[in-house]
Ligand binder design. Structure first.
Ligand code: TXA
Ligand code: MG
Length: 370
């Protein structure tokens, strides 16, 4: 696309946002589906297009930190330090919301709001031209993998939204990290994402980062039905555990259409052996099989271990894995895969976010390699 065309698309999209329309746009994490966060009808159109449960609040996107004072009541010094370090960027801060500014539908009735400044030139120009805070969840149908390309948005939402601004591939490939700074300065990680726990600790102090809330939500997202091997479909899992503080984390998310299990083991060899056997058995039973693996492990499998084999790149580059994960899950859908196995990866750095999304896509199903 030409530069001027780019800008024309942004200008049109900004006008649509101001008029109460819904517009999908690229960010450095995934594509978002935006609406004027002050306009209840516009925000309701976002929930409707996504088929999103109304108790799951939206993240508000702004272009400039100055706007923040109009939206929130107080900012903990640690929260301010995190903004300073990571904005613009893939970090969402949950802050006490000021009453009467944003549509109550954005916060789903909570007294807090999640806010971030995205690090993407198209998102930033769109936000500046629209001149309003923009509520934007990921631009997928609820329960589907988040979109990292404009074509993914169209696959899910064509006909349900007013426009898509195409900015090419999203950068990180996984959503932002959502954190809440507690009164004692603890940084509670509600959802792991583009900013790693290690990066947060470098700013807030090593002992200050608590990743337990995200894990609590992970186990709450494993309904017994999925563990028993039923398809991890589009439906929302019931929250049986302690109330997660990021309401969205209790839902089965990011799911491909086929059944998905995560294989863990003491060695890559053990994982490959177990996965290959299970895939073979599934194929014999008439299943269309899928395998998500890391490049280094491909040689550990027999030839053509599954009908659809997708690599997340090097196990030593979680950045690569994060960028390709959601597109990989969509590829299994295109192949019509009914039985999919995914190799687990180490949960350090961005690996924590990859495993969090994989576990949610699998509805919590883990297979221990023998
Ligand atoms: O990277 C991202 O964050 C993308 C791009 C578009 O910015 N957006 C995104 O939005 O992933 P969404 O709606 O798919 O996920 C928002 C997450 C949900 O888990 C939601 O429950 C949580 O943030 N959240 C939003 N507001 C919250 C609040 N006030 N308190 C706790 N959690 C909140
Ligand atoms: Mg989402």
């Amino acid at each position: 696309m030409e530069k001027e065309e780019d800008h024309a698309a942004i200008t049109t999209a900004a006008a649509l946002l101001r008029e109460g329309g819904t517009v999908a746009f690229p960010t450095e994490t995934v594509y978002g589906l935006g609406a004027d966060a002050r306009n209840t009808m516009a925000v309701e159109a976002v929930f409707a297009a996504k088929g999103r449960p109304s108790d799951n609040p939206l993240i508000v996107h702004i272009a400039d930190q100055k706007v923040l004072d109009e939206l929130v009541d107080e900012i903990h010094p640690t929260a301010a330090a995190l903004m300073e370090a990571f904005w613009p960027g893939p970090l969402t801060l949950v802050l006490p919301v000021r009453t009467g500014v944003l549509s109550p539908r954005v916060t789903a009735g909570l007294d807090t709001v999640g806010v971030r400044i995205p690090d993407h030139p198209v998102a930033l120009s769109l936000l500046r031209e629209a001149g309003c805070p923009v509520a934007a969840p990921s631009a997928n149908r609820s329960g589907r993998p988040s979109p990292t390309l404009a074509s993914h948005v169209m696959e899910d939402l064509n006909g349900f939204i007013d426009a898509v601004v195409d900015g090419g591939a999203a950068g990180v490939g996984l959503e932002s990290t959502v954190v809440q700074v507690l009164p004692d300065g603890t940084v509670a990680v509600l959802r792991p994402g583009g900013i790693t726990a290690e990066q947060l600790a470098a700013v807030a102090g090593a002992g200050a980062v608590d990743t337990a809330p995200a894990h609590a939500a992970e186990t709450a997202a494993s309904p017994a039905a999925s563990a028993a091997g039923s398809p991890a479909g589009d439906s929302a899992g019931e929250d049986t555990g302690p109330a997660p503080r990021a309401p969205g984390m209790k839902y089965t998310h990011y799911a491909p259409r086929g059944w998905l299990g995560v294989v863990r083991g003491s060695s890559p060899q053990a994982v490959a052996k177990t996965a290959a056997e299970l895939l073979q058995a599934a194929q014999r039973d008439g299943g269309i099989t899928g395998l998500l693996l890391f490049e280094e492990h491909a040689a550990l499998y027999p030839a053509s271990p599954a009908a659809c084999v997708v690599s997340l790149g090097s196990i030593h580059s979680p950045e690569e894995g994060a960028r390709s994960l959601y597109a990989a899950l969509r590829r299994f859908d295109e192949a019509g895969a009914t039985y999919i196995l995914a190799e687990a990866c180490p949960e350090t750095g961005l690996g924590a976010a990859i495993m969090n999304r994989l576990m949610k896509a699998a509805g919590g199903t883990v297979i221990a390699a023998r």
